[in-house]
Design a protein around this ligand. Sequence first.
Ligand SMILES: *[C@@H]1O[C@H](CO)[C@@H](O)[C@H](O)[C@H]1NC(C)=O
Ligand SMILES: *[C@@H]1O[C@H](CO)[C@@H](O)[C@H](O)[C@H]1NC(C)=O
Length: 928
Amino acid sequence: MVRITEFLLLFFIFSFKQGSSTTEPADVSALKSLSDKWKNAPPSWGRSGDPCDKPWEGVLNCSNSRVTTLKLFNMGLQGTLGPEIGNLSQLEILDLSYNQNLEGPLPSSIGMLTNLEILRLIGCKFSGGIPQELGNLLQLTVLALNSNQLNGTIPASLGQLSNLNYLDLADNQLTGTLPTSTNDSSGLDMLLKAEHFHLNRNQLSGRIPSKLFNPNMILEHLLLDSNKLSEEIPETIGLVKTLTIIRLDNNFLNGSVPSNISNLTDLCVLNLANNTLAGPMPNLTELQGLNYLDLSNNSFDPSAVPEWLSNLHNLTTLIIEFGQLHGEVPQFLFSSQWLQEVRLKNNSFNGTLDISSITSSELRILNFQNNDINSITLSSNYNEKLELAGNPVCNNTQLQRTEYCQNLRSDSQSISSNNITCLQPYGGLVISRAPYNGYIEQILPQLEKGFEDFLRTKPMIINFSIWNFSFDINSYLRVELRFCHSNSKSFTREDIIELLDFNTQDLHLPDAIGPSYFSPFQYAFKNRVIRGLTIGIAVGSAVAVLIIAGLAIYALRQRRQARRAFSLRNPFAYWGSFGEDAGDAPQLRGARSFSLDELKKCTNDFSRANEIGSGGYGKVYRGTLPNGQIVAIKRSEKGSMQGGLEFKTEIELLSRVHHLNLVELVGFCYEKGELLLVYEYISNGTLRDSLSGRNQIQLDWKRRLKIALDSARGLVYLHNHANPPIIHRDVKSSNILLDDNLTAKVADFGLSTLVMNSEEGQFSIHVKGTPGYVDPEYVMTQQLTAKSDVYSLGVVMLEMITSEPALHKGKYIVSRVKMAIDKNDEEWYGLKDMIDSTLLKSGSLDGLRRFVELALSCLEESSELRLTMDNVVKEIEILLTDYESNKSTSALPFAIELGSMKDAYDETELSKQVSSQDIYRFTGRHGI
Ligand SMILES: *[C@@H]1O[C@H](CO)[C@@H](O)[C@H](O)[C@H]1NC(C)=O
Ligand SMILES: *[C@@H]1O[C@H](CO)[C@@H](O)[C@H](O)[C@H]1NC(C)=O
């Protein structure tokens, strides 16, 4: 008997253990069916029959044989999400974010996962509506579906998610009104545990319901910016005392701002810009904690600077552009000792601008452009940027040529922390949608610390660095981070899922970052096992691209017979008008889609008057978006060369790259057979225009060095930091644009091509580019490398010295310069007769010889002998530093004496007329 009992007991224990280590078959088959619909499922999937015990990548947790955590973010999954997901009924965490090719509708069976606490499907390509069944997930605390292509309305059922803390539906194409509860349906007002409503960048419309807010809520972040919300801001907003961030900018809100907004005494960020709010500017005296305030571009009553500003002692950023403010700029404007940035352009300030009372040592930007200020009182307390162009005070001949009036900004550089590099970094962007500060140097150290602390809790295999940052048109901050394996290995899928999961609660980023998330770039996993096969596929797809490109050209030549080839020239043919069938739509980051009507409206129906250029692609128009932003719109000519292919390449590439020295894609339109690209408008035209004297902008030597540096930096970003790397292929002076501050931005990636496999070598395709700039080795071998761009930049550098076009009446600038060079000529290097006369007039050309030598080393016939773009950047940086230090030792004393006149443009008589030591006064109209 005893033996039998023991036996039974043993048997029981054994089978129990077996049971706990064997995954429930239902879960195994659900996972298998899911992966059947995916290309690029992780290789471990299906290798064992037991995902819990012999883990499949991404199956991170099991409990009682059931899968409870599934995380497969940024795994390059491609395909759809099958309804079988609903069978994983014990799931508590599901994260399939950043699989850019995971598409199709969200299955309603997700609503069966009633144990789900965290659902993240960020940055995929899901389309269709948000299933109302999500309202059944009563345990949900995090629901993040942002940056997909979801449309339809926000289901009222989400109001049932009584445990929800974080709701993020931003950056989709959601329409309709914000649902609030009624007698027989729930609504967002019932989410009493929610701290985050992130619904920005959709197409939500109608009134913001007053029912949306109530005093029982604990909402902190309310992001409704860039929607189509209209009518008045409801007074009830003043009931949610926990709010710290409100962004309602870029909507169609009108009426006056409810006065009880001043009840929100915890508010740190308030952005109401770009609406049509009217009445008096709201009295914000009580908002003592406010850091960031933007009231630009509304219809508030004209007034003097409101006195309550003097009470906002914590203000860091004040932006009231196009604000109808008038009178003198009062001293109290500068009373906050934390002030970092004041932007008040396009108001009607008059009289004297006196900045001698500035107390903040962190102030970096003062912009008073386009006002009516006719004198200024400077102060040695403030030596940073002061922008005054467009004011009568700039008529003063002494000021005219200083940076104040010329509007030449020093480069806002891309920064990097410790600048670590590795072959296969894991990169991505921290996107902050409402940073408290405009002065990013304040935030970066904190951001860095947040990541360091987070990584410290992990095995120490990862280094990281911050590469560059920018504010995009939505005033979202983007900071690019890179992570390197400290053993310089490449990351595995496990590394990424387990160590580089930054969307967890463990990552404590500083409050000042505001609501943010980490959006990783796609990672090229090394498939150790089947490397041969991978190369085969890469070559195979390269061949396919060649065939397609070839066919497209063929189709063009045979325009008459083009109908058959239509789907090739137009890869969006199956994509359809935006929103309905987002099938294979391009995957975009940060760019938005416009309707044709919208673009017609903002270009006055593509009127001739708005035409600003034309290119291989079609015509370029200037337009003004409803938010006041000026844009350049490229419109393809119907049947223009490879329109479809170039279009898709271009929007995908451009939306992925963000760099100060690259022209930014604002959006695109693909509708009714029309392909349009919307770029930021770059005000000062092309470098070629300036060199040829067509646009009155005279570039002195230092400025030319900076333009060369800017351009090279933009290209380094494309070569080394874009993921995948990009070769520009058409670098030329007419593709380098100059902005307000004469910062150069490289444009036109239409001819770019992805670098297929940087290790394996080159990628060849039909030779393109512009005569005069094309790398001769590329022409001969058809092998394209990043060095081809180096060559083209070398040509541009020679243009910058001579101002001659690269190819002119059969004369090639490169051979002309090479022939003219005389190494014995110490001063001019034999080029005196060729140097641009404007340049000769503009003063010292220190470093000319080194610059020419640098250009020539870019122009080596053999690409192997050429420098890399990285080297070019470093060389020009050294040149500029030397130039500047030479200048400061040899310059007239005014530069030193007049601390606040940094970088003044020429040595006028200024210094002689300055009397006081600390405060200088300049008067516009009437002279001093
Ligand atoms: C603004 O409100 C404060 C009290 O909250 C009040 O003392 C002040 O007079 C108001 N300012 C104006 C200009 O109405
Ligand atoms: C400035 O403008 C105000 C009206 O906005 C006017 O009353 C005042 O006289 C002007 N001051 C000067 C110095 O022009």
